[in-house]
Design a protein around this ligand. Structure first.
Ligand SMILES: Cc1ncc(COP(=O)(O)O)c(C=O)c1O
Ligand SMILES: N[C@@H](CCCC[NH3+])C(=O)O
Length: 435
């Protein structure tokens, strides 16, 4: 039996399976809360992007945006898939270096890169820096001169496009902290500062319009806005780009209300648009780069919790509390994000009650799901929340001094612990005594 619209099955005992393994057994073995990933699904998501470009004969680089979920094992899977890697901090870069990621396949982002981060990127000869502001141009130029090194650089621009997503995760609108503004000429000024620099190898433009977006026409629109700018630069400065990075942001299915983007037709649509624009401008086809994060990791991960206290307020609400919450999944509290879930140990049972899943933080907004139909719920049932593979572990925090959960990978019928559960010793590790 397949779980309604989620890519998971139910076994003969009526338990939810992930990657062919019984999720209830995994919960018992590793404890809860527990993040579990189906690694084959991560690989399939990577291949859907990479293979479509290959099948179309288009030169492309697909980078996994590691902010969605970064750990040594995750980065190693991405490396095995031959993908590129997008990092936005020293910490993500450090993780990639420790995972043995080929440094020339790493792209560095960020709206406020520190000198230390730029040094780290330059010292490790990473593949590309995506420059975000005028101060950074100055820093990169002087650092490259000091190191006497050249570096591939892209310029992040904001195309002035509002995407239909939560306001907090829009990034392509004019009023954004990210990138150079196209409308007011700042992008062209930045371009003029970089394109003849002896140390900066200026490769082209980068644009990321936001996250969890379903309308492919937004990406097409962003592409056409970039080409309007490129037309101007061609006419004024004779410039043609080597690279066009169209970012990430592809929406996945969290609930039945979401219609996720199908990667292959989406990539085809995007490539066709670039080809059309390139022909109109009479320039050679640039390399197309993409940076999916959520689309790679999101639906491959679930979170398992154990049901604890239950509180029924007759005529108002049935609260079911689990042993995690906004500390392992901040998205409902931060973006009012919606999720679906089942009882992993009763996955084949008919639903008979409507409940609200509460976390255990001392915070009324610590609710994981407000309305969830479930079978009869008992203490110690295992709740499995779907689509938590992206921005779950990576946004986990220590509020109320909760320890971060473990992460388990499942592949070829085997489970492997890839991030240990934190201990209370970890929680107080950096505390110093004042006595
Ligand atoms: C520059 C950049 N690239 C890629 C991503 C990945 O986005 P998503 O996980 O929505 O694909 C983000 C996050 O929004 C981003 O800021
Ligand atoms: N963290 C966000 C997305 C931001 C992506 C990075 N710019 C989320 O959970 O949806």
């Amino acid at each position: 039996m397949i779980i309604d619209n989620h890519p998971f099955t139910v076994n003969e005992q009526g338990h939810l399976e992930i990657g062919g393994l019984d999720s209830v057994t995994l919960a018992k073995k590793y404890g809860t809360p527990l993040y579990v990933y189906d690694v084959q699904m991560i690989r399939d998501n990577c291949r859907a992007f990479v293979n479509t470009f290959q099948n179309m004969g288009v030169t492309a680089k697909v980078a996994y945006a590691s902010k969605a979920f970064s750990s040594i094992a995750m980065v190693q899977v991405i490396k095995q898939e031959g993908m590129y890697l997008d990092v936005v901090s020293e910490g993500e870069l450090y993780t990639a270096l420790h995972a043995g990621y080929p440094t020339e396949k790493i792209h560095f982002h960020g709206n406020n890169k520190s000198i230390a981060e730029l040094r780290m990127a330059i010292e490790h000869n990473i593949g590309c820096i995506v420059v975000d502001n005028f101060q950074e141009i100055k820093h990169i130029r002087s650092l490259l001169k000091t190191y006497d090194k050249q570096m591939d650089v892209l310029m992040r621009v904001t195309p002035g496009i509002e995407s239909k997503t939560h306001h907090y995760i829009m990034t392509g609108n004019e009023d954004s902290k990210f990138g150079f503004n196209l409308q007011n000429g700042q992008a062209e000024t930045a371009f003029l500062q970089m394109h003849n620099d002896p140390y900066i190898r200026f490769q082209g433009l980068h644009c990321h319009i936001g996250s969890q977006i379903f309308e492919t026409d937004r990406f097409i629109l962003a592409t056409s806005v970039l080409f309007q700018e490129l037309r101007t630069w061609k006419e004024r400065h004779g410039y043609t780009p080597n690279v066009l990075n169209l970012g990430g942001g592809y929406g996945i299915r969290y609930t039945k209300d979401d219609a996720p983007i199908s990667y292959a037709p989406f990539v085809e649509e995007l490539v066709n648009e670039v080809q059309k624009q390139v022909e109109a401008l009479a320039i050679p086809m640039p390399e197309i780069w993409l940076e999916p994060g959520r689309a790679i990791a999101g639906n491959a991960g679930i979170t398992l919790y154990t049901v604890g206290a239950m509180k029924e307020i007759p005529g108002i609400r049935n609260y079911v509390a689990v042993d995690g919450g906004m500390t392992d999944n901040l998205r409902p509290a931060l973006y009012q994000a919606k999720y679906e879930a089942v009882l992993a140990n009763k996955a084949a049972a008919p639903t008979e009650t409507n409940v609200s899943i509460a976390g255990k933080c001392c915070e009324s907004g610590d609710m994981l799901i407000w309305d969830l139909p479930l079978p009869h719920v008992s203490q110690n049932d295992i709740l499995a929340v779907f689509s938590t593979g992206a921005y779950g572990y990576s946004m986990a925090n220590h509020y109320n001094r909760f320890a971060k959960p473990a992460v388990v990978f499942v592949e070829n019928g085997e489970d492997k612990l890839v991030v240990q559960r934190e201990t209370y010793q970890d929680i107080i590790r950096h505390d110093l005594s004042y006595e």
